[in-house]
Design a protein around this ligand. Structure first.
Ligand code: PGA
Length: 244
């Protein structure tokens, strides 16, 4: 299974999102087999899910709180994501870890909460430039994945996103991606995350229509989590076609 997910981050307003979706839907390949998802900001979830879900696209939240409800000003819960048409949620994006204090311990609770509400977690992991330069990449990935020993198995997608490749135009080289994805697969198996469910491993970090075909040729790369290029329906439509 190939997967392509748009991470819009904190971009677009309703008029722009509507125009994007209308344009993208015209570009969807006939009989395409890739799973396609869009992760808009919370304010656009209802609008986007109303437009794209009838055409079989999935809608993801970009984050959610682990509690169902309560006094958590500024937060959004898993049942609230379900309520506006989400089928999944991004968890542990490096921007959440870096700027909003997301921790591995917190992610254990969030993954369990997502499963409780029948949402597919898309767990994002990846090393910083300093970690890569010091040779700690696999240690970091191993630590980030060790939370799966606590959550137990369940439906899951994983995105390997080297932090230094996100939004920088500097994509990881094929051997680096191959090494990381092979390691992630081995860790998923070791933690029992792959026994019951097929877990696709996506690559993220400056994915473009120019770089995607090579990435898709790397063993264990099941698709892409795409930021910048996903804001352009032409480019995102190309990525969907390339995924088949
Ligand atoms: P980018 O973002 O494609 O703009 O590098 C990817 C991501 O952060 O998911």
């Amino acid at each position: 299974m190939r997967c392509v997910v748009a991470n819009w981050k904190m971009n677009l307003r309703s008029g722009e999102a509507q125009a994007f979706c209308e344009d993208l839907l015209l570009r969807l390949p006939e009989g395409g087999s890739a799973e396609v998802g869009i992760a808009p900001p919370f304010t656009l979830l209802s609008l986007v899910s109303g437009l794209v879900r009838p055409r079989g696209l999935q809608v993801f939240g970009q984050n959610a709180h682990a509690e169902d409800k309560g006094a958590f000003t500024g937060e959004v819960s898993m049942p609230q994501l379900r309520d506006v048409g989400c089928s999944g949620v991004l968890l542990g994006h490096s921007e959440r870890r870096q700027f909003f204090g997301e921790t591995d311990a917190g992610l254990i609770k969030k993954i369990k909460a997502a499963w409780q509400w029948d949402l597919l977690p898309l767990l994002c992991i990846g090393e910083s430039l300093a970690e890569r330069d010091s040779g700690a990449t696999l240690d970091v990935l191993g630590r980030q994945l060790s939370i799966l020993a606590e959550t137990g198995p369940g439906p899951l997608w994983v995105a390997y996103e080297p932090v230094w490749a996100i939004g920088t135009g500097r994509r990881a080289e094929a051997p680096q991606v191959q090494e990381a994805h092979a390691f992630i697969r081995a860790e998923l198996i070791r933690h029992g995350a792959c026994t019951d469910y097929e877990v696709p491993i996506l690559y993220g970090g400056s994915v473009t229509p120019e770089s995607f075909p090579e990435l898709l040729g790397i063993p264990e790369v099941a698709g892409g989590l795409v930021g910048g290029a996903s804001l352009d329906p032409h480019k995102f439509g190309e990525l969907i076609k390339q995924a088949g």
